[in-house]
Ligand binder design. Structure first.
Ligand SMILES: [Zn+2]
Length: 116
């Protein structure tokens, strides 16, 4: 079963919580590219350089099978770091913080292994 683009957007938006705006683009291969934007970070972001602070925060990850996970992992980290008062009852994706951190750790180990 292949869910429609709008159904996937709705499902991802529920997972990501009330701060997120989820958009899905189709990439050149017809795959789903998830874009998650933060509605709270559309203005000045403290601690970021000025050129970047004008743009909304977003995680944009083109990709076929892991597009959803990769974008959602980045979103989980964003919530955890920038909106620590958000909890998993509002944003169910926060329940996967430990898994997201584990995946990030594994990706870094892979990159290190490849770099040597
Ligand atoms: Zn934010």
């Amino acid at each position: 079963m292949v869910a429609s683009k709008s159904a996937r957007e709705r499902k991802a938006a529920v997972e990501a919580g009330p701060l997120a705006t989820v958009k899905i683009d189709l990439d050149a291969q017809g795959g789903f590219a998830y874009k998650i934007s933060c509605t709270a970070c559309t203005t000045t972001v403290a601690g970021k350089e000025k050129t970047r602070s004008q743009r909304p925060w977003s995680a944009y990850r083109p990709g076929a099978d892991n597009g959803y996970l990769a974008a959602m992992d980045r979103w989980v980290f964003h919530l955890h770091e920038q909106h620590a008062d958000t909890d998993a009852t509002e944003a169910p994706c926060l329940a996967y913080l430990a898994e997201a951190q584990q995946r990030l750790h594994e990706r870094r180990l892979e990159q290190e292994a490849r770099g040597r």
